[in-house]
Design a protein. Sequence first.
Length: 391
Amino acid sequence: MSGPLAGVRVLEFGNLVAAPYCGMLLADLGADVIKVEPPDGDLARHIGPFVAGMSVFYRAINRGKRSFAADPKHPDARHLLWELARSSDVVIHNLRRGAMERMGLDYEGLAERNHGLVYGVISAFGTSGPYADRSGIDLVFQGESGMMSIGGEPNGEPQKTATTIADFVAGTNAALLVAAALTSRGVTGQGRLVETSLRDGLIGVQSGWNALYFATGDQPPRTGTASPVTAPNQTFATSDGHLNLAIVSDRHFVRACELLDLQKLLSDERFSSNEARVVHRNELAFLIQEVLAVKPTDHWMELLGGAGLPVGRILTLPQVFSDPQVIHNQMVLTREGMTTQGSPLRSEGSVLMADRPPPALGEHTAAIAAELGVAGSRLERMISDGALLVG
């Protein structure tokens, strides 16, 4: 089954995570994604560990692409890159401000010759304003988005998420913008410049916490795994591990009390409403914890989950990828003798995931050059001159 972006050519100038993840999503949706790399490759290629000579970090976010390796400082390579951009539907990048302009690949110049071009920019803090020239990585964005100020235990240190969430949020936002711009182009015939930043993406996904701040003017306190707006809604210990129990309605609270043999809480004014339960969250959690601690997780999963209450285990990665629903959803796959995660995207009941494996550096340089009319002795000269690298 062809993806919805079949026939769309994307030129990705991506480094590390954000733009490459955007490019992979577009490839999963069916686009022909050409990954443009300098002669030493995307920096992600050099970050270990390595399996079969390829970085697992690079492999994770570069499936479905073709690699075109060129030295942007060489005039012949720069000309080919310009030809590629001029004939592409989409250009995306997460390079430092001014990098694309120095290669002659700025939006204004390309759009003059390619009116339908969709040009996506992923920046650190924005392409204009006082921080436009600042660089950053995920840890910086988590800190300066407010995310680390609300993460962690009440009396503990600021905490970050384990994954580089800013990169993946920005890459997803960029893919959404590109898809929307392509839809608009289908109506108007005109492309457009679309932009997102890594810090703005993290601010955006904290809407609940931000709303608390706007409503009160106060910094929300850290609550660990507990929700700041509903209770009980947090992690509890069982006799053999932990589980997450999330009660978000009075009806569910009544049912939970019945199942946990805590009916006495239903006549306690401290727990008479969600608002009251949030105020007395710690006292409530202590009473529930006393009950949950005496039996194993599986018992509570069957009892509480069987009654339709939102409850779940805390799984390790080996447990995640042996979970029957994860397997059913094809979120774990084996390709070329390697196990990899699948795609969360689906259409018409089928998984949307590019079949092409992550490319070796310059693997498709010769084929893509040939598409531009460069072959034979001319291609050999450009390779020997260092303009192109063929993997």
